[in-house]
Design a protein around this ligand. Structure first.
Ligand code: MN
Length: 264
């Protein structure tokens, strides 16, 4: 008799545990195209989503529109990750300068289609580094292809040699912006691993943070609080359990949960 009671109890507990997990919002994470032979993301993105209460799902590059549509049906939130430079000629009509880095055409076209459709479907989107620049380009903005050669007067090192869980330059954050609400800060020291930056901001978007040399370090879409990008890498601080940077992911997960509930 005791054995049966225990069995029923553990079954109930198991169902409860599964129910808890299935209620968690699924956060899609865009991946890199390793020369066409792999689809991968740094584990820090995965860990950040888990720590923030979401379920991470890596999204491989696919040029089949039906597959893309199915991926979007299954996610409740989206992270556009860091990575390679964006092709300036194809996506914002500028000839490439000598300092342009590696460009991956397959990733560019998948990422642009993914973010445009996600925003259209009102899926919450966080862009990080390349993902933040891509957000700007996908909606009509432009980039500096290389900060040292194109941003006059910039004397700040945006490609730090320090570890990713260590902030190296200051940013000022617009009061009342999404990033301000996520971090509770109007000034923050962030990590920095980029040589490109947002130049002309996309119509319908605003810059919400700048480094002291004027480089744009965060953007968001006007009229909504669920489309936002940061130039720094909040996931780089995950191992330190830094609550300020984890706040960015917690906010994404919170908005993704609301999106998930609105679907059902
Ligand atoms: Mn920077």
């Amino acid at each position: 008799m005791k054995k049966i009671t225990l069995l029923v109890l553990s079954l109930l507990l198991g169902i409860f545990a599964i129910a808890q997990v299935t209620q968690k919002p699924v956060i899609g994470i865009s991946s890199t195209w390793g020369e066409g032979t792999s689809a991968s993301v740094p584990v820090t993105y995965i860990e950040s989503v888990i720590k923030a209460g979401g379920v991470p799902m890596v999204l491989p590059i696919s040029h089949d529109p039906a597959i893309l549509e199915c991926m979007l049906e299954r996610i409740d939130g989206l992270i556009m990750t860091g990575g390679e430079d964006i092709d300036p000629l194809k996506w914002f009509g500028e000839e490439p300068i000598p300092a342009l880095g590696r460009v991956v055409p397959e990733r560019d076209s998948f990422d642009i289609a993914l973010i445009r459709l996600a925003v259209e479907k009102k899926i919450p989107v966080l862009g990080i580094c390349r993902g933040h620049q891509l957000m700007n380009v996908a909606f009509g903005g432009t980039l500096y292809q290389d900060i040292p050669s194109q941003v006059k007067g910039s004397n700040i090192k945006h490609r730090q040699s320090a570890p990713s869980n260590y902030g190296t330059h200051t940013i000022n954050i617009l009061e009342g912006s999404v990033l301000h609400k996520q971090t509770g800060k109007t000034t923050l020291v962030v990590n920095s691993f980029h040589h490109q930056a947002v130049k002309d901001i996309a119509p319908g978007f605003i810059a919400t943070a700048h480094s002291l040399d004027g480089v744009i370090e965060a953007i968001e879409k006007k009229g909504t609080d669920r489309v936002f990008g940061v130039q720094f890498h909040p996931e780089g601080f995950t191992s330190t359990n830094n609550e300020v940077f984890l706040g960015v992911f917690k906010d994404l997960v919170k908005k993704s949960r609301a999106y998930r509930e609105s679907k059902h």
